[in-house]
Design a protein. Structure first.
Ligand code: TEU
Length: 526
C-alpha cells in the first residue's frame, strides 16, 4: 500500500502560517509554505480541522462540515491549496470529527429545540445523568433548560456527542465524507473514532470513568465496516487513520487488518502515557525499558496483520524533545531516527522537524487550550507546574520560520505567544545548515523513500533491559539495518561486533554513542 512508504506531516492551521495578519494561521499561509514542505520531502499533509467552528476547542467543535471557517479562508481558497498540493505530488487528508459536533451546529440547534424534534435522537438525551467525567474536567452531562433533559458530551459542553445508533446520523456523515472525497481530498484522520459506539444503557461507572462503555463499544467494528462500504469502496489512492485513545493491540489488529475493510492504521496512546501516573497531569521521567516493551509489542503485534502509525508529537502532546529528551538538537535528531526506522507510517508534527521545544509558561494568562483552562479552573494555581509541562498549548505555539519578532508567523499579534527560542530554532537558519535537525529529517524521509528495508523490513528489538540505549534491527531481502539511540546525556560504549564493516547511513561512526546520539548502520548479506 502506498501509505506504507509515505511520511505524513501534520499541520495545525491556527499555528502554521498567517497570511492576512490577524495573528491566526490560515490556508493562504499553508499555501505559501508548500515549497518548504516539498523540500522536507513529506508525502501527505494532514490538516487539523479547518471547518466552520466557534473554535471553542480550536476547530474540534464543528458547526458546518461543508464550509471553511472564515478565520482560515474560503472553499475556493481550499480548492486552490489542494490543487497546489497535488501539483507537488503530495496528498492532503482532512480531520474528520464526527463523535461530536459543536452545540452551534444546526443539527444540535434543532435537536435541543424540543423533545419531539425529528433530530432529537441525533444526540444522547437522558432525564438523569450518569456519573461519567469529561476529558475536559467536570461531568459529561449538561442540563438543557429548554427541554429539561441532559445531553452527553465526552469533551466540552459545547461538543455534544452524536448518536451513532441512529442510521440517519451515519448516512449524513457518510454523505459529507463522500462530498470531500469528490472535492479531491485524499483521506481522513478520524478524531476519537473508537468512541462512536456507546453502550446504549449508559450505566454509571466506578469512579466516574465511563470509558469501558464507549471505548471500542459494541458496534464499533460494524460502523467502521459500514463506513468503508458507504464511503471508501471503489475509490483508490486514499488513506485513513483513526485516533483511538485507549485502543488495545488486539483491537488495533482488527481495525487495521486489510481483510476486514475498516481502517489503514490507528493512533494508539500507549507510548505517550508511559510517563504518566493515572492522569496526564501526574508524570514521572520516562523509563526506557517501558518504551521498548511498548513499541516492541506493537511492532510484533502488527507485523503480520495490520499496520502501525508512528508518532511522537501532535497538537495534543507536549513536545517530545522536551519530554523524552533534553531539548537539544541532538536529542531531536536521535528521537527522529529511532521513530522513523520502526516499521509503520511516520507522522511529523509541525516544528518537530526543527526540534521545537515546550514553551516556558509562567502564568495562566499565557494558556488558551480549553483542556488546560478547565483543569486550572478545577485545580487552581497549584496545577500550574503540571500545565507548564503537559499542556497541549506546548505543541500549539506558532511555527518558527525565522528569527524576526513573531518568527515570521504573522505580521499581527499571534493568538498564542511565539517561543522566545525561535531566534535559535527556525526554518531559515536550519535550511542553511546541513547539520540541522531539518536536514536530518529530510535525510530520514529520503531513506524511507529509497531503502526498502525501512518500509518492509522485519523488526527485532535488542538490548531490551538497557536503561540508556534503544537498539533494534530491520531486515529485508539481504539488507540489514542496525538502529541505535542514546536516551541519556552520557557517552555510552557500544558493542558493534559483526557490524565493523557496515556502512553508517545516518549519524557518524564511533565506538561509543555520544550524549543523545542516534545512528543507523547498513550491511548486506550475500
Ligand atoms: O483528542 C482526543 C484525546 O484523546 C485528547 O483529548 C487527549 O485525551 C487529550 O488531549 C490529552 O491531553 C481529539 C483531538 O485530537 C483533540 O484535539 C480534541 O480536543 C478532542 O479529540 C476532541 O475532539
Amino acid at each position: 500500500m502506498w501509505w506504507q512508504s509515505a511520511v505524513v506531516y501534520q499541520i495545525y492551521p491556527r499555528s502554521f502560517a498567517d497570511s492576512d495578519g490577524d495573528g491566526v494561521g490560515d490556508l493562504g499561509g499553508i499555501r505559501s509554505r508548500l515549497d518548504y514542505l516539498a523540500e522536507l520531502g513529506v508525502d501527505v499533509l494532514w490538516l487539523s480541522p479547518i471547518y466552520r467552528s466557534p473554535q471553542d476547542d480550536n476547530g474540534y467543535d464543528i458547526s458546518d462540515y461543508r464550509d471553511i471557517d472564515p478565520t482560515f479562508g474560503t472553499l475556493e481558497q481550499f480548492d486552490a491549496l489542494l490543487a497546489d498540493v497535488h501539483e507537488r505530488g503530495m496528498k492532503l487528508v482532512m480531520d474528520l470529527v464526527v463523535n461530536h459536533t459543536s452545540d452551534e451546529h444546526p443539527w444540535f440547534v434543532e435537536s435541543r429545540a424540543s423533545r419531539d424534534n425529528p433530530r432529537r435522537d441525533w444526540y444522547w438525551w437522558r432525564d438523569e445523568p450518569t456519573n461519567w467525567r469529561s476529558f475536559f474536567s467536570g461531568p459529561t452531562w449538561e442540563l438543557d433548560e429548554t427541554t429539561g433533559q441532559y445531553y452527553l458530551h465526552l469533551f466540552s459542553r459545547t461538543q455534544p456527542d452524536l448518536n451513532w445508533e441512529n442510521p440517519e446520523v451515519r448516512q449524513a456523515i457518510y454523505a459529507m465524507m463522500r462530498w470531500w472525497l469528490d472535492r479531491g481530498v485524499d483521506g481522513f484522520r478520524m478524531d476519537v473514532v473508537n468512541m462512536l459506539s456507546k453502550d446504549p444503557a449508559l450505566p454509571d461507572a466506578p469512579g466516574g470513568d465511563g470509558s469501558p462503555y464507549y471505548i471500542s463499544g459494541p458496534r464499533i467494528h460494524e460502523f467502521m465496516q459500514e463506513m468503508h462500504r458507504e464511503v471508501f469502496d471503489g475509490r483508490d489512492g486514499l488513506m485513513t487513520v483513526g485516533e483511538m485513545p485507549g485502543v488495545t493491540l488486539e483491537d488495533a489488529q482488527l481495525f487495521t487488518d486489510p481483510a476486514r475493510h475498516e481502517l489503514d492504521m490507528v493512533f494508539q496512546f500507549e507510548h505517550v502515557q508511559l510517563d504518566q501516573d493515572g492522569s496526564k497531569w501526574n508524570h514521572h521521567p520516562l523509563r526506557l525499558r517501558d518504551l521498548k516493551r511498548s513499541f516492541g509489542r506493537w511492532q510484533a503485534g502488527l507485523a503480520e496483520r495490520g499496520w502501525n502509525s508512528l508518532y511522537w508529537n501532535n497538537h495534543d502532546q507536549p513536545r517530545i524533545v522536551s519530554r523524552f529528551g533534553d531539548g537539544s538538537p541532538e536529542a531531536a535528531k536521535m528521537l527522529g531516527t529511532v521513530l522513523h526506522l520502526h516499521r509503520g507510517t511516520p507522522y511529523v508534527y509541525q516544528g518537530e522537524e526543527l526540534g521545537m521545544t515546550n514553551f516556558p509558561f509562567t502564568s495562566i494568562d499565557e494558556f488558551r487550550d480549553i483542556e488546560s483552562l478547565n483543569h486550572y479552573a478545577e485545580e487552581g494555581p497549584s496545577s500550574l507546574p503540571a500545565l507548564r509541562d503537559r499542556s497541549r498549548d506546548n505543541a500549539r505555539t506558532p511555527m518558527q520560520w525565522d528569527a524576526s519578532p513573531n518568527a515570521g508567523f504573522t505580521t499581527g499579534t499571534p493568538w498564542l505567544a511565539v517561543n522566545p527560542n525561535h531566534t535559535e530554532i527556525n526554518t531559515e537558519a536550519q535550511r542553511a545548515d546541513p547539520g540541522s535537525v531539518f536536514h536530518h529529517y529530510r535525510r530520514l524521509i529520503e531513506l524511507r523513500h529509497t531503502e526498502p528495508a525501512v518500509v518492509h523490513g522485519s523488526f527485532s528489538m535488542l538490548l531490551e533491559e538497557d536503561a540508556r540505549v534503544y537498539a533494534f534491527t530491520r531486515a529485508h531481502g539481504g539488507t540489514e539495518l542496525l538502529v541505535l539511540g542514546n536516551f541519556s546525556g552520557e557517552e555510552v560504549p557500544i558493542d558493534l561486533s559483526g557490524w565493523e564493516d557496515a556502512e553508517v547511513v545516518i549519524g557518524s561512526p564511533g565506538a561509543a554513542l555520544g550524549p543523545w546520539e542516534g545512528r543507523v548502520y547498513r550491511r548486506y548479506w550475500r
